[in-house]
Design a binder for this molecule. Structure first.
Ligand code: ATP
Ligand code: MG
Length: 478
């Protein structure tokens, strides 16, 4: 192997590296820091709190000895099947693994593992930029081993597999997702041969568990410009296998000279806009999925042109099936995404006419604690390149925002608590839990949202007596 001898002692200034090196020296084994830590150091990115050590020997034994040498003797978690061990120390996750050689069978990403040299270990790593190692043993402290020119790929912002990509990806197809995830996180390009290999093997993604795929999807969504990752997922054919609801949005149709926008590329713009405004993962999912109902609801009408009637409702139903298929949570985050998709057009629709107080009160009531998120989704949704339209949308949006503030100050609809409680209704008419209570409460809520009465006790009490009378209820003497 032919490579320049490079020293980067600055990377390993933290006392933990000297400490691990000394323990390795005592055991008489080679030891290196490898992978993400080295990459992120060279990129001057915030250093990761997980640090990977590889030793030409037993990773578990090294971890145990390191733990003994550290103050407080932290616990070692060992994973015998993988020959790895982990120590949590001083806010760091220290991962130890013995250098190994891997060989794969066709239908599984679980390799047959044997002990190997550092070179074997570097060969099994996913990308050149992740295969750099820095020696920690005293006599070679800070020496960098970069057999695949990872440093020059870092400078060229290039993602490339160390070996033949067809083999690397076929061995472990998750690496295809990782390539795209790193491209999105680091804003790198994927080398053409590597990219072509992903395209030709995209169906191999089917052997990867959904959970692992979602970890990568989330990392792409959380990157600064998720469109880079999702664009690559589409280009390689992976997206069609993972989220066909999105690829179904691609394309522009034209009938009788009328076109609609390409909702796939529009969606990616919305996600990028959202990424500028919020780092909330679920808001980003909502941005990604806000238009998925448009593919199944698309119609052409001779008079009005293209329509997507009810796409928000259809889309929110699709969210459930999509989360379920990807084995994602079906709890509160999913419900939040559903609600945001369902309501995604509301703030804009109400801004198109004269903005009435009651429409705003309903919006506040229905959105509840997701109001801010919904408003963020709506600004993100403005992607028109026509400056006149863009100005109009933004102005309308500001009007709605102002109105929300004004109505909220006056009517306190947020976290709406009915001014007359169920208990008071029961006491007033001397009735037990019954259908009538629900009806009365609903009537009061409607009257407040419609602006027929203010959100106050006196007015609500009076209306309750009136409505109850229509139901045949009379107040009992107190
Ligand atoms: P991050 O922590 O930001 O996800 P990382 O590069 O540290 O990035 P890890 O998943 O922590 O990624 O893995 C640590 C190292 O292990 C990687 O840098 C890479 O060398 C190697 N690695 C991880 N997963 C794979 C894989 N599926 N195939 C080959 N090598 C891998
Ligand atoms: Mg890492």
């Amino acid at each position: 192997m032919n490579h320049k001898l490079l020293h980067i002692r600055e990377a390993v200034m933290h006392p933990i590296f000297t400490q691990v090196g000394e323990v390795a020296d005592d055991l008489g084994v080679e030891c290196y820091v490898v992978g993400g830590f080295v990459r992120d150091f060279l990129l001057k990115r915030p250093l990761p709190s997980d640090i990977d050590f590889v030793t030409v020997g037993s990773g578990i034994q090294l971890a145990k000895e390191v733990a003994k040498s550290l103050t407080g003797e932290p616990k070692v978690s060992t994973f015998k099947t993988y020959g790895t061990a982990m120590i949590k120390y001083d806010g760091l996750d220290l991962e130890f693994v013995g250098a190994r050689k891997e060989s794969y069978q066709r239908n599984s990403r679980n390799p047959i593992v044997e002990d190997g040299s550092l070179e074997d270990d570097q060969n099994r790593r996913d990308f050149t930029i992740n295969a750099m190692a820095i020696c920690l043993n005293k006599d070679r402290f800070g020496e960098m081993i970069d057999p695949f020119e990872g440093v020059s790929d870092l400078n060229a912002k290039c993602i490339r597999t160390p070996l033949d990509p067809d083999i690397t990806f076929s061995d472990d197809p998750l690496r295809m997702m990782r390539a795209i995830r790193f491209a999105s996180q680091l804003n790198f390009e994927i080398d053409t041969t590597t990219l072509d290999s992903i395209k030709s093997q995209c169906e191999r993604i089917d052997i990867i568990t959904k959970e692992r795929i979602v970890v990568e999807l989330n990392k792409i969504l959380l990157s600064d410009q998720p469109s880079v990752g999702f664009g690559l997922l589409k280009e390689t054919g992976l997206l069609k296998r993972l989220i066909p609801e999105l690829t179904a949005l691609e394309g522009i149709e034209e009938i009788e000279g009328k076109k609609h926008k390409d909702n796939f590329w529009h969606t990616l713009e919305v996600v990028d806009n959202m990424a500028q405004l919020s780092s909330d993962l679920w808001l980003r999912w909502a941005a990604l999925l806000h238009d998925i109902g448009k593919a199944p609801t698309k119609r052409f009408d001779k008079k009005i042109g293209w329509t997507f009637h009810g796409h928000e409702f259809v889309g929110s139903k699709m969210v459930y099936r999509l989360f379920k298929r990807l084995k994602m949570t079906l709890g509160d985050p999913m419900k939040r995404v559903q609600k945001l998709v369902l309501m995604s057009s509301r703030p804009i629709v109400i801004s198109e006419d004269y903005v009435t107080d009651s429409a705003v009160r309903r919006l506040i009531f229905d959105a509840g604690e997701d109001l801010e998120g919904l408003m963020t989704l709506c600004v993100s949704d403005i992607t028109t390149k026509n400056p006149r339209k863009q100005n109009r949308y933004k102005r309308n949006f500001e009007i709605v925002k102002e109105k929300i503030k004004e109505v909220e100050e006056r009517d306190r609809i947020r976290n709406f608590q009915p001014p007359v409680s169920g208990e008071l209704i029961m006491k007033t008419f001397d009735i037990g839990p019954s259908r009538e209570i629900g009806l009365l409460k609903e009537a009061l809520k409607e009257a407040i949202l419609e602006g027929e009465i203010p959100n106050e006790f006196e007015a609500a009490y009076e209306l309750m007596i009136k409505k109850a009378e229509q139901l045949g209820l009379k107040p009992v003497k107190q």
